[in-house]
Design a protein around this ligand. Structure first.
Ligand code: FES
Length: 361
């Protein structure tokens, strides 16, 4: 009710759905990058890590509340006049933020992406960007147990934060990092090696998957023989996580002791329901026939038809892809809930059409 009154009042007085939306551009004339819902952060350094990975160091505003090692943030900036945002893990440790208000995001350039190839040249030192509060549950749950951290590729970034923080806290139990990478370009290898030298309870194995193959029981036994007595944290591409989780479960690791975070969208499971139907995009007058056994999100379907809905994280976190469903049932792959048949807002990036669906796009 209060929301409705607010909306009505701001429409009546400033012809905008919210006062915030009206005043934000005016305040930004004085304080560039000011944001009513997020936090300002100043770009202080852009550091090349490898030919396709860079780290972005940000000095965050005093209002920003901090983070736990392993969490991520949403960062927003303007690209060609439009607001865009992406989610990235924080790769630096919380103690750095506490001491200097600095955080680092380590970003791999996706050659076909719209944002990451543009970002390192577009951002300028001294410029302000907007960031969200820290989010995410991929944090160390019980610091007294020995840990096995398994990283695949860019999935190393939250572990860099966790390990640096644990070492800074003089964490005493044993930590094993098993880091899989293609070729030999392991991120932060020098930094990890120097931490390993200083802390006897930390050991690290860099595994080149193009030579040694993917994670398997032999690897676990070779690099971390007591793996099934540890809490295991996994971060990497979705197929690597699924395979590793399965391997651990088959080898007596309790599901309660396995924690993971997908680096990218979570895999879509096969649905036990009819996915055959017609997706109609009513504004653009485009249709798509879905086939059983080949689940595609509404975002994938829209983009395959060259539609350009607003997107951000593409994994159900930022809510930027919300769109009106006029009719039909969709399945939300995050909440595992089927929608009703009527009109409602849905997230395109995590919604699968179930039968005929009409989308206002
Ligand atoms: S793009 Fe972020 S929730 Fe869909």
């Amino acid at each position: 009710m209060i929301k409705k009154i607010n909306r009505w009042l701001s429409m009546a007085l400033v012809n905008n759905l919210s006062f915030k939306g009206f005043f934000e551009p005016l305040i930004q004339l004085l304080f560039s990058g000011w944001n009513a819902t997020g936090y300002r952060a100043k770009v202080v350094k852009i550091r090349e890590e490898t030919h396709d990975v860079f780290s972005l160091a940000l000095k965050v505003s005093k209002r920003w509340k901090g983070f736990k090692a392993g969490q991520h943030i949403e960062i927003s900036f303007r690209q060609n006049g439009a607001n865009v945002s992406r989610i990235f893990s924080i790769s630096s440790p919380p103690y750095l933020h506490k001491k200097q208000r600095l955080i680092e995001l380590t970003i791999r350039i996706q050659s076909n992406g719209r944002i990451t190839p543009w970002l390192p040249n577009a951002l300028k030192i001294g410029e302000f960007v907007n960031i969200s509060a820290s989010k995410g549950d991929f944090v160390i749950k019980n610091t007294t147990k020995p840990l096995l951290l398994i990283a695949g590729g860019s999935g190393i970034t939250p572990f860099r934060s966790m390990i640096a923080q644990l070492m800074n806290m003089h964490h005493s139990s044993n930590i094993k990092l098993l880091y899989y990478g293609n070729k030999a370009d392991f991120l932060f290898a020098d930094e990890f090696n120097s931490l390993k030298e200083k802390h006897k309870n930390l050991s690290i194995s860099f595994v080149q998957s193009n030579i040694s193959g993917r994670i398997c029981l032999d690897h676990l036994q070779k690099y971390c023989a007591n793996f099934n007595h540890r809490d295991v944290y996994i971060c990497g591409p979705s197929n690597m996580i699924k395979g590793t989780e399965q391997l651990l479960l088959e080898n007596n690791v309790d599901i309660e002791n396995i924690y993971f975070e997908y680096f990218g969208p979570a895999p879509i499971k096969k649905l036990d329901v009819e996915t055959k139907g017609i997706v109609q995009f009513s504004q653009s007058l485009k249709n798509f026939a879905t086939l059983p056994g080949m689940p595609k999100t509404l975002l994938e379907i829209a983009e395959s038809l060259n539609l350009k809905p607003i997107t951000g994280c593409r994994m159900g976190i930022c809510h930027q892809c919300i769109c009106e469903k006029k009719q039909g049932v969709v399945y939300n792959t995050l909440t595992k809930v089927f929608s009703d048949t009527g009109n409602e807002d849905i997230q395109l990036c995590v919604s699968l059409p179930v039968g005929d669906v009409n989308i206002n796009l």
